[in-house]
Design a protein around this ligand. Structure first.
Ligand code: DCP
Ligand code: MG
Ligand code: MG
Length: 366
């Protein structure tokens, strides 16, 4: 390194304290709030087991069921074979989502830098609100208590210098624990992990890495950089970075703060393009109504697609500053056509405009 003071600068900027907060056995924990039987019995939320002939999978189960080896994603028929006398409950997304909203509000109160990553987990960047790792542990405990007191749901917290380590630490903290991995402990922590555990590397990439002979995180940490780039492009450098505990991903809100949006949940999950596009048009019209009320124009259009399994994707396009209704509904539909995973049913959609500017300021004379 030859940057000299630049390097020091990097060190100072680079020190972050990131937390990942993830609810424990979330869907079943929600069910426990309204059904006291759940506390005492192995309980599974998922498809109907139909006496062992049911198709579909276990969405999640409590720790009492995990003791028997039952896991998320396991065919429900297998779970039934293992534990026919467990309590089997159907999914109730609306209920889980309403609790999720309250949880996220509590977490959001702990840092301005907040990012929800799924229905039951969120990152915060706590660098500006804690003064070191001891303080971070106290802060995390307070957050855990607050979430439990306000919503009745237990969670685990991972703390680290970046998202990768925070997420991996949280896995180790489960259930209902807190685990912090300081910068000085990262190397050791990663040495004990498997490459499958590296957050942000998908199953297919792991397969390819293993074919290339990278079986351990330490091996990957010392990978040949040229080979990694040749094989994976820019991602190759990222991956090698992860194995070395380097992860510059920022904690950022999904939606821009200043925005106008509307969302719609289908009565029944659907993959009908006609139905989805119709709903997008309606949402666009509702958003336009709001836009019309104020003197604003927008530059960025975002659609949100939430699939039946709660996977959620945002697709965004920026246009010239506009308040044209056709531009909004047309772009929303194009974003859907270009990006939707075709055969996967959609549960909820959203349309949002952001990057707002004053309309009057935009208008050209003449
Ligand atoms: N989920 C799902 N299908 C999966 C995994 C999870 O539908 N294959 C749902 C059910 C979970 C929720 O998402 O309750 C959150 O997922 P997590 O991975 O955080 O799992 P849990 O919260 O259930 O358990 P843990 O205590 O391990 O976090
Ligand atoms: Mg969870
Ligand atoms: Mg989760």
């Amino acid at each position: 390194m030859t940057e000299g003071s630049g390097e020091l600068q990097f060190e100072a900027d680079g020190m972050r304290i990131i937390m990942l907060i993830d609810m424990d056995y979330f869907y079943v924990a929600c069910e426990e709030l309204r059904n006291s039987e759940v506390r005492d019995r192995p309980t599974i939320v998922g498809s109907d087991p139909k006496g062992g002939n049911g198709r579909g999978v276990v969405m999640t189960c409590n720790y009492k069921a995990r003791e028997f080896g039952i896991r998320s994603g396991m065919p429900i028929s297998i779970a039934f074979r293992i534990k026919p006398d467990a309590l089997y409950l159907p999914l109730d997304y609306d209920f889980y989502e309403s609790i999720s909203k309250r949880i996220m509000e509590v977490i959001r109160g702990f840092s301005r830098k907040f990012e929800q990553v799924s229905v039951d987990e969120a990152f915060i960047d706590a660098s500006d609100v804690v003064s070191g790792y001891d303080d971070a542990l106290t802060y995390a405990r307070k957050m855990q208590d607050d979430i439990l007191n306000k919503t009745g749901i237990k969670c685990s917290v991972g703390i680290g210098p970046n998202k990768l380590i925070a997420k991996m630490a949280c896995e180790k903290a489960k259930p209902n624990g807190i685990k912090a991995v300081k910068e000085s402990e990262v190397r050791q922590f990663l040495s004990e992990a498997r490459i499958d555990d590296l957050y942000g590397i998908g199953a297919k990439t792991v397969e390819r890495l293993k074919k290339l002979g990278y079986d351990t995180v330490d091996g990957l940490a010392n990978a040949n950089s040229m080979e990694m780039v040749a094989e994976f492009g820019a991602l190759g450098t990222e991956i090698k970075g992860y194995a070395n505990g380097i992860d510059n991903r920022e904690v950022t809100e999904n939606y821009e703060v200043k925005s106008i949006g509307r969302e719609f949940t289908f009565e029944k999950d659907t993959d009908s393009a006609q139905e989805i596009e119709g709903a997008l048009k309606k949402l666009a019209a509702e958003v336009m109504k709001e836009v019309d009320k104020s003197n604003i124009a927008f530059k960025t259009i975002t659609i949100k697609l939430r699939y039946y399994d709660f996977a959620e994707h945002l697709h965004t396009r920026s246009v010239k500053s506009t308040r044209n209704p056709e531009m909004l509904s047309g772009t929303a539909i194009e974003l859907y056509r270009d990006n939707a995973e075709r055969k996967k049913k959609i549960r909820k959609i959203g349309v949002r405009v952001s990057n707002l500017t004053s309309y009057k300021g935009q208008r050209r004379i003449g």
